[in-house]
Design a protein around this ligand. Structure first.
Ligand code: PEP
Ligand code: MG
Length: 296
């Protein structure tokens, strides 16, 4: 199998009847980039920026973040890199940032909720991202979105960040594509309202499953109940893709489910535009796609 997969490097992700999708890699740090490239990723579909916060004893400075994002952009040499803003809180705790103890961390103070409550911290990351945008094809993606108000607040902070850079005459990219993760049932259900506000959707099936089925994804004793193939999850995904296309934007899947070969055909039939999977799963999914005929 390994040899077969290696022979698929450089080949397209096209079905027998000619439908192509993009296959990107999920990465958790700069060290994963070489694996992504070795496995022929078309780009990075989910760059989890948390590593900068988790592997540090202090809040990463703008400069530290800028250097990391620029390195990613340069290593991808023009291929797209979608960087997700920090998704800390819940299972990802950091000692130096004193997050409150919570009864229900998965439903708590995390990700974009922290960013919108701490706008300075958020703008530090946004400034680093807009600056790094000069060095490659970078996009920004926001986690844990539930409402259009959040997107408006994000846009305001992004505009402020650009304004600051402009005033300080620091080079940055004026227009960067911005997208949101669809990983709450609320966002999926109102994806028709959210789609015209952003450039793309990326469906986070790990959290979408957790929240749709009310199953803690961290709790091993619930494993038997954590069913990402549940029809409710699949219908939400389909609805999100349809609403994206109605608004003329693309929709991808970056949760683990995107790498499940048992669902690849179903996702393609739903019209998914991109699958972002761990580097080792790119070539196996490519093999799957190339053997499929959607006319049947
Ligand atoms: C997801 O929720 O599906 C996702 C891709 O994000 P994470 O696993 O980092 O929460
Ligand atoms: Mg998530």
């Amino acid at each position: 199998k390994h040899r077969l997969w290696q022979s698929l490097r450089g080949k397209s992700n096209t079905t027998l009847d000619g439908r192509s999708i993009r296959l990107y890699a999920n990465i958790g740090g700069l060290d994963d980039i070489s694996a992504a490239l070795q496995n022929d990723a078309g780009g990075i579909g989910l760059f989890r920026s948390e590593f900068l916060y988790l592997q540090n004893d202090h809040m990463p400075t703008e400069e530290e973040q800028f250097r990391a994002y620029r390195e990613a952009a340069e290593k991808l040499a023009g291929k797209p890199v979608i960087i997700r803003t920090m998704d800390i809180g819940a299972d990802k705790q950091i000692d130096y940032f004193h997050l409150p103890k919570e009864e229900n961390p998965a439903l708590g103070y995390r990700a974009i909720r922290i960013c919108l409550s701490e706008p300075e911290l958020f703008r530090t990351q946004l400034r680093a991202l807009y600056r790094a945008g000069v060095y490659g094809d970078l996009s920004i993606m926001f986690p844990m979105i539930t409402s259009p108000e959040e997107i408006r607040h994000i846009q305001k902070q992004a505009e402020l960040a650009r304004q600051e850079l402009r005033q300080q005459e620091i080079p940055f990219r004026e227009h960067m594509e911005t997208g949101i993760m669809i990983e709450t049932p609320a966002a999926a259900v109102i994806s028709d309202i959210l789609a015209p506000m952003v450039d793309f959707f990326s469906i986070g099936t790990n959290d979408l499953t957790q929240y749709a089925l009310a199953i803690d994804r961290q709790n091993p004793s619930l494993e038997a109940f954590y069913q990402p193939h549940h029809e409710a999850v699949l219908r939400l995904i389909h609805q999100v893709i349809r609403n994206a296309h109605k608004a003329g934007i693309w929709a991808g899947i970056c949760g683990e489910l995107g790498a499940d070969p048992a669902l690849t055909e179903r996702f393609l039939r739903m019209g998914v535009d991109e699958l972002s999977v761990s580097p080792a799963q790119i070539l196996p999914i490519r093999e799957k796609i190339r053997s499929m005929d959607l006319r049947q």
